[in-house]
Design a protein around this ligand. Structure first.
Ligand SMILES: [Mn+2]
Length: 347
C-alpha cells in the first residue's frame, strides 16, 4: 500500500470554452502576463510566446516576472522587454491600474509570485485573471482556465491555447523558438513521462519554422562555468549519499561548500537528476543551504509522487516526478527527515 494519501480534489484539467476566453480577450486593451518567482525556461518561454501572440491582436502587452531569469535565456526574442518586479516595483505599480486582463503562466497560485509584494498587488486588482498551467492543484480564483496537469509544459499549453483560439497561423519563428525552449527544458529534452504523442507533434510543427534546435539546446544546456563543473564533480564524488536498501539517494550542500565553488544561482541545476540516474534509485533529493533556509529539490521515477511528499513534508509542491520545497530547520535535520521518509516508503 502506498504510504501517501493522494488528494485529488481538483480537476486534472480545465479548459474554458473559446467563447469565454475570446470575450475576456476582446474586452481587454492592456494585457499583463505574469509567471512564477525564480522563472525557468518554461516560464520565460511561455510568457514571451503569449506576449507575441497577443501583440498580434494589436493590444498592449507587458510581461512582468517577480525576479531575474537565468542568464542563459538572454538570447530569447523580447527577453529584454521583460520587467522584473524586484528591480522595477514602481513601474509595475504604474502598469497595474491600467491592466484589464491578467494571465498567470506556469504558476498555479499567486503565492508563487514570491514574498516581495507582487502577490498582494495582483490579488487586489479587479482585472479578470486567466490561468495557463500544468502544475497540480491550481487555486480556484481564476476567471478562466487553460489547465492540464498532464501537459509536458506550459509552453505545450500555449501552443494548444493558440490552437483552441484558431491562432495557429499567427505562430512565427520567434514564437516557435519560445515555445520550443520550454518544451525542451520541461521535458529534459523530450525524455520525461509527460511527453505525449501530441508533445512530439507540436515539436515537429515548431521545427517547420526553421528554428535552430541544436543551437537552442546549446544555449540552454552548454552554459557551465568552470566553477560549476568543479562543484558538480565535488557533489557527485564527495557528497552523494546512496541508500540501496531504500532505493534512494541525495546530495546535501552547505553554504560553505557552495561558496568554495563560487556558487551562482542555477549552478546546482540538474544535480538532483544525476542522483536519480543510479539504476535502482526511485527517489532522489538535493538540499542546498542558503542564508535563511534549505532549498529542497525532489525527483522520482514511475508512479512515486514527489509532489505529494514535497507538500506533506517540505512546504512545497510541483509535479509527480519533480517537485521542490523549502525548510527553515538546519541542513542536517532536513537530510535526517528525508532519510526517515524514504525508510517508510517501502520502495
Ligand atoms: Mn513548467
Amino acid at each position: 500500500m502506498p504510504f501517501f494519501v493522494f488528494k485529488s480534489y481538483h480537476p486534472m484539467n480545465k479548459f474554458s470554452d473559446k467563447k469565454t476566453l475570446l470575450s475576456l480577450l476582446n474586452k481587454a486593451k492592456s494585457v499583463l502576463i505574469l509567471s512564477h518567482h525564480n522563472p525557468d525556461a518554461d516560464a520565460v518561454g511561455s510568457s514571451l510566446a503569449l506576449y507575441f501572440l497577443i501583440k498580434k491582436l494589436k493590444k498592449k502587452v507587458t510581461v512582468v516576472l517577480p525576479n531575474a531569469f537565468p542568464e542563459f535565456l538572454n538570447w530569447m526574442p523580447a527577453s529584454d522587454k521583460i520587467i522584473l518586479f524586484e528591480n522595477d516595483k514602481e513601474k509595475v505599480k504604474q502598469i497595474l491600474p491600467k491592466t484589464d486582463l491578467i494571465f498567470l503562466l506556469d504558476c498555479n497560485s499567486f503565492r508563487r509570485l514570491g514574498t516581495d509584494g507582487l502577490n498582494e498587488l495582483i490579488t487586489n486588482i479587479s482585472a479578470p485573471k486567466i490561468l495557463i498551467d500544468h502544475h497540480r492543484m491550481p487555486e480556484r480564483y481564476f476567471n478562466a482556465f487553460y489547465f492540464d496537469d498532464k501537459a509536458s509544459s506550459t509552453c505545450e499549453l500555449i501552443y494548444k491555447f493558440a490552437k483552441h483560439l484558431n491562432w495557429l497561423n499567427n505562430i512565427d519563428k520567434k514564437i516557435a523558438q519560445c515555445i520550443y525552449t520550454g518544451l525542451v527544458t520541461d521535458t529534459g529534452s523530450f525524455k520525461y513521462d509527460s511527453v505525449s504523442p501530441e508533445t512530439m507533434r507540436i515539436a515537429a510543427h515548431l521545427l517547420e519554422y526553421n528554428i535552430h534546435h541544436t543551437q537552442i539546446q546549446q544555449n540552454v544546456f552548454d552554459t557551465y562555468s568552470y566553477d560549476r563543473l568543479k562543484l558538480v564533480g565535488y557533489a557527485l564524488s564527495e557528497k552523494l549519499r546512496y541508500f540501496p536498501e531504500f532505493k534512494a539517494a541525495y546530495i546535501a550542500l552547505s553554504q560553505k561548500e557552495l561558496k568554495k565553488f563560487n556558487y551562482k544561482k542555477g549552478d546546482t541545476e540538474g544535480l538532483v537528476n544525476s542522483a536519480l540516474s543510479i539504476k535502482d534509485v526511485q527517489i532522489s533529493a538535493l538540499f542546498t543551504e542558503t542564508d535563511k533556509l534549505v532549498r529542497v529539490s525532489l525527483r522520482s521515477k514511475g508512479s512515486l509522487d514527489v509532489n505529494e511528499i514535497a507538500r506533506q513534508y517540505f512546504n512545497g509542491g510541483g509535479h509527480k516526478n519533480a517537485a521542490g520545497g523549502q525548510m527553515t530547520i538546519p541542513l542536517d535535520e532536513v537530510t535526517k527527515l528525508f532519510e526517515s521518509i524514504v525508510q517508510k516508503l517501502n520502495l
